[in-house]
Structures are given as structure tokens and as C-alpha cells.
Write a protein that binds this ligand. Structure first.
Ligand code: NAD
Length: 409
């Protein structure tokens, strides 16, 4: 049969460790036999970032801006140990941070629910989608280690020469100081992408910050959301039958745990980082969480929410079998291919993406899965078959070929 073609290149970003190995295997088994992958390829593996002084990450981000859709494998964010391990000349920044800073926008993370996989929180019957603001705060901070008595000040020098100064603390002895920022424009686009996504998916929005403590900083987030909602979205939400709800972050966490799911939880950058792992794990496994960065000018970057699964990679290098779940990585590809299909008007590409997602979910609900999911699976008359990383992908291919074949006859 003819392979599916699409005209605009898809920006492909290869990554590190176990996810790098699975990336190639997914392409070989589940994509290349059916789709002529027209990709603009960037190797964001740590070795190549070192070799290119990280210019490859900037080039990849620019390519997403140009072509509109990217798919990214998990990558190592270097820390001191990685600098040693990979003999790095510099502790390169997080590639995700660089891409987010270039595209701005909001990261939407939603769990993939498969029949038979029971969430750790049984009340969560519907997915909770996390909308994480992807700009600023602690991810673009400025930090100083203070090694003696000192006065720490926050100082703003306006371009017209005005100066505003505030004392942070009179430091006695040693300490630490941090400066963070955000921009009205970025918070506004975070707000609008979240509200647009809510209208598109017909789900309520819950937004939470700590504005009782951070009256100016978090207070600004709260006010921007309230004003944009009132002026631009109130009526549209009403006719769509959905709601916007603001609360304090601690109250919100408590209410989310008791909820049944089925809404968008809008969170500031750090809250979104931490709580998306909690939500993903509670739904079953970190490997069942998708992640898409949507920029205000509608550029899309798809990836898995998890990291490079280092522990499995070292087992793999020793020749030991691994049971790494590739579902979120496969869904990153299907999400990106589906979006490319929508933008380029290639329905066959959209329909292939849905079939591949269907094959993944059918494999799991038929009892075939990796070890992270096995203890959570409960379905009458279906026994669990635990598979290793590669067997699982092979099994998905069997289910995919089954539907592809049925379509052809
Ligand atoms: P990780 O997500 O790779 O793994 C955390 C734990 O979750 C693992 O111990 C593993 O048991 C489990 N897990 C995660 N994904 C799994 C999968 N697909 N199948 C089975 N189990 C899975 O996070 P980490 O160990 O904190 O970080 C490893 C590396 O990944 C670090 O270098 C970090 O910088 C990087 N990282 C990258 C991204 C990204 O690129 N988006 C995100 C997080 C971490």
C-alpha cells in the first residue's frame, strides 16, 4: 500500500537515554511502514548539544516557529552530575526551557485513560488536563548566594530613568536570594490559550495561585484572569455551559483530590511542573501523560510528560531487559501527526494517528502492557501479559496491522 504523505515538514527532535532508543524503534515499527515521514530533524541528545554549544536547541525552536508543529523526545537537563558524566563544557540549559521561552504559551498535560487501568484515586473517572504556564517564574530566575552580612534589595530601573527600590531582607550571616519575573503579555496569553482550550474541549477551568501571600505577583495573575474572563469569555462560557473558577492553590489541591475529574486545572509554571507528575502518577503512570505546548500564535510542540527513564537505560546498556512504557511517546507522535494532518488538510494522516492510538489502547485493554501498568490492571476475564519495552511496541504493531489490514480489504 502507498505510504501517507504530508507536505509541510514536521520538526522532529531526538533526545536521550532510554527514550532515545525507543524513539527509533517506534519510528521503525509503528510509523515508517505507513507514513512517509517528512521531518526537519534536530538531534537534541546531550552529546550533540555539547558539540553544537546548544545552538541545535535554538535552531529546533526556530523551526517549530517556522513550520508550526514539532515532536520532541525526552532530553536530559544537565545538573552537576551530568556535567561530570558527559564531560560537558557547560551546564547547558533545559532544552524544554529554551523551547518554551522561544514559543511562550501554555503546556497542556492530559492523562491517557485505558480501559482496565484503575487510577490510584478511584473518584477520578474523567481526565484532569493540566494547563501549565510555560514562561518565567523560577524557570527564568536570577539567584545569588550571599556569603556574609548583606542587605538584599529589589531594584527596578525604568527605561525613563525612574528607580523603584524595595528591601528584600537584611541578611545576617550567609543566605540565598532569588529574583523572578513574569510579563502581563505572557500571563494574558496563558489565560487566553487556557480559555480557548476549554471552549474547544467543553471543560470547566479551575485556576489557582497563592495571592493571599503573594499579593502583587500572584495577585496580578488572578486579576488578569478575572479581567479577561469578564471582558472576553463570560458569555461564551455561558453558552458553552462551562464555568471558570478561581481559588487558592491549597484549597484547589484539596478539591481536586475529591473531584471526579473532567476539567482543566490552570497552574503557574512551578505548580504545573510538580502537580502534573502527581496527577499523572495518580492516574496510573507517568508514562501515560501527554504534553503539548501551545503558543499564543498557534504553534504546537508535542512530547511525553516524563523524562529519559535513566534507570532503565543503564539496565539496557548492561544487556538486561527493560519494561519502559512508550505510550506517551507514541501519543506525542500521533498528536503531532494529527495536528500536521489538520493543518495540511491530509485526513489520511489524522485517521492513521487515531488508528495508532486505538491500537495502543486496545493492546492495553486486552492485557498487554509494561510493568508500570500491570499492577493497576483489573478487567474481568482478561489476564495481564507483562511485556518488555520492545515486545510492547511489537504487540501494538500487531493490533495496528490488524486495523490497517481491515481497512484495506
Ligand atoms: P523520569 O520521568 O525519566 O523517571 C522518573 C521515574 O518514573 C522513573 O524512575 C521510572 O520508574 C518512572 N517512569 C518514567 N517514565 C517511565 C516510562 N516511560 N516507563 C516506565 N517507567 C517510567 O524522570 P527522572 O528520573 O527524574 O529524570 C531522568 C532524566 O530525564 C533527567 O536527566 C531529567 O533531566 C530528564 N527529564 C526530561 C524531561 C523532558 O525532556 N521532558 C522531563 C523530566 C525529566
Amino acid at each position: 500500500a502507498q505510504k501517507i504523505k504530508f507536505p509541510t515538514p514536521l520538526v522532529e527532535m531526538q533526545g536521550d537515554e532510554m527514550t532515545r532508543i525507543l524513539w527509533d524503534y517506534i519510528k521503525e515499527k509503528l510509523l515508517e511502514p505507513y507514513v512517509e515521514l517528512n521531518t526537519d530533524y534536530y538531534d537534541l541528545g546531550l552529546e550533540n548539544r555539547e558539540e553544537t554549544a546548544d545552538s541545535v536547541t535554538a535552531a529546533a525552536a526556530a523551526a517549530i516557529k517556522k513550520y508550526g508543529v514539532g515532536v520532541k523526545c525526552a532530553t536530559i537537563t544537565p545538573n552537576a552530575q551530568r556535567v561530570e558524566e558527559y564531560k560537558l563544557s557547560k551546564m547547558w540549559l533545559s532544552p524544554n526551557g529554551t523551547i518554551r521561552a522561544t514559543l511562550d504559551g501554555t503546556v497542556f498535560r492530559a492523562p491517557i485513560l485505558a480501559e482496565g487501568i484503575m487510577p490510584y484515586i478511584p473518584a477520578w473517572k474523567k481526565p484532569i488536563t493540566i494547563a501549565r504556564h510555560a514562561y518565567g517564574d523560577v524557570y527564568k530566575n536570577c539567584e545569588i548566594r550571599v556569603d556574609g552580612d548583606a542587605k538584599a534589595e529589589l531594584c527596578i530601573t525604568y527605561s525613563d530613568g525612574r528607580v523603584v527600590k524595595n528591601t528584600i531582607a537584611d541578611i545576617k550571616g550567609c543566605g540565598i536570594v532569588q529574583g523572578i519575573h513574569n510579563l502581563d503579555e505572557s500571563v494574558s496569553s496563558f489565560c487566553r490559550s487556557t480559555f480557548n482550550y476549554a471552549l474547544e474541549t467543553k471543560q470547566d477551568v479551575w485556576f489557582a495561585t497563592k495571592d493571599t501571600i503573594s499579593k502583587t505577583y500572584d495577585g496580578r495573575f488572578k486579576d488578569i484572569f478575572a479581567s479577561i474572563f469578564e471582558k472576553e469569555y463570560k458569555e461564551r462560557f455561558k453558552s458553552a455551559g462551562i464555568n471558570y473558577d478561581y481559588s487558592l492553590i491549597d484549597d484547589s489541591v484539596a478539591r481536586v483530590v475529591k473531584s471526579g475529574g473532567g476539567f482543566i486545572w490552570a497552574l503557574k509554571n512551578y505548580d504545573g511542573d510538580v502537580l502534573s507528575d502527581m496527577v499523572a502518577t495518580a492516574y496510573g503512570s507517568l508514562a501515560m501523560m501527554t504534553s503539548v505546548l501551545v503558543s499564543p500564535d498557534n504553534k504546537f510542540e508535542y512530547e511525553a510528560a516524563h523524562g529519559t527513564v535513566t534507570r532503565h537505560y543503564y539496565k539496557h546498556l548492561k544487556g538486561e531487559p527493560t519494561s519502559t512504557n512508550s505510550v506517551a511517546t507514541i501519543f506525542a507522535w500521533t498528536g503531532a501527526l494529527n495536528k500536521r494532518g489538520e493543518l495540511d488538510s491530509v485526513p489520511a494522516l489524522c485517521s492513521f494517528s487515531k488508528k495508532l492510538e486505538g491500537a495502543v489502547l486496545t493492546a492495553i485493554s486486552s492485557g498487554f502492557m509494561t510493568n508500570d501498568l500491570a499492577p493497576l490492571f483489573k478487567k474481568e476475564n482478561v489476564k495481564v501479559t507483562s511485556l518488555n519495552s520492545f515486545e510492547f511496541i511489537d504487540k501494538i504493531k500487531e493490533f495496528l496491522d490488524n486495523v490497517m489490514f481491515k481497512i484495506m480489504i
